[in-house]
Design a protein around this ligand. Structure first.
Ligand SMILES: [Zn+2]
Length: 280
């Protein structure tokens, strides 16, 4: 058996794995006594089946739990491939995943993207979490504590952070990346900076993001600084009465020296007018 092409499995601690997918979406795999907990089911069912195959390289225990870090399609549209598992997510993640308009907007966008998985997106049976929480939830799993934390709205309305306090690790979905700009389209820019402050305040040494490499705490701080700088610049533009386009270009100019080399930085100018509108 070989791993899915483009993926890499990193054992962070005994029984705790980051399954990184080059240019696509990462997953987490945590081994318990009787079963496995998977973090994010990935973009379409075939990707979830590849993930399940890769889990089989490590263990033959069944997948008992899937945690959706958030509602976005590339993290949660593989949920239907885990019919025996309990799918856990934040209550707001559930609300977003049963929002017909939200789902159709994303389905339309993926169908029109012309990617190799586009057609399959048309067939996805979007499956929301069956177990939700509001502020936090603990699982005692495989001899370790998994603390599912809600730290406030940020990248979406329902971002879950899976914190492993004994290991100093957090899986944080798309709220923070090491050297990458998260998608801003469904975000809550008024609240994201405070949520990031709470995330950075967790006692962790490493974080696994939904995209990109495993990061150290210093990269988490940089991701926090990025959101603070972005929102701060847009708010300053609003105080100066600038229009959306002007606010966007001023903000890109302000962010370029420090963050211009980050993955997906080129996408932000297009995304900023909508973020600006949410702040004004
Ligand atoms: Zn996302």
């Amino acid at each position: 058996m070989t791993m899915t092409p483009g993926t890499e499995l990193i054992e962070l601690e005994t029984g705790v794995f980051a399954r990184l997918h080059e240019g696509l979406t990462n997953a987490g795999i945590i081994i318990g006594d009787e079963g496995v907990l998977v973090i994010d089911s990935l973009r379409v069912p075939s990707f979830a089946r590849d993930l399940i195959q890769d889990v089989r390289h490590i263990t033959d225990k069944p997948v008992q739990y899937v945690v959706d870090t958030h509602s976005h399609w590339d993290h949660s549209w593989g949920n239907e491939e885990f019919p025996e598992a309990t799918i856990i997510g934040h209550e707001n993640c559930y609300t977003e995943m049963v929002d017909v308009e939200w789902n159709e907007r994303w389905r339309e966008s993926v169908l029109n993207s012309g990617d190799s998985w586009s057609e399959e997106a048309g067939l996805v049976n979007i499956t929301p979490p069956s177990l939700t929480f509001e502020t936090g939830m603990r699982l005692y799993f495989g001899g370790r504590e998994l603390h599912l934390r809600y730290l406030g709205r940020a990248h979406t309305g329902g971002d879950t952070h899976i914190h492993l306090p004994d290991d100093g690790i957090v899986f944080c979905g798309d709220v923070a990346q090491d050297g990458g700009v998260p998608y801003l389209g469904d975000s809550y820019p008024e609240e994201w900076p405070d949520t990031d402050d709470r995330l950075v305040g967790l006692p962790v040494e490493r974080f696994v993001s939904g995209h990109g490499p495993v990061g150290e705490h210093s990269a988490l701080e940089e991701a926090r600084d990025f959101i603070h700088d972005l929102v701060g610049s847009l708010k300053a533009a609003a105080r100066d009465g600038r229009d959306a386009q002007d606010a966007a270009s001023t903000t890109v100019a302000a962010l370029t020296p420090r963050y211009g080399g980050w993955r997906s930085f080129e996408r932000i100018e297009e995304a900023l007018p909508e973020v600006y509108a949410k702040l004004t």
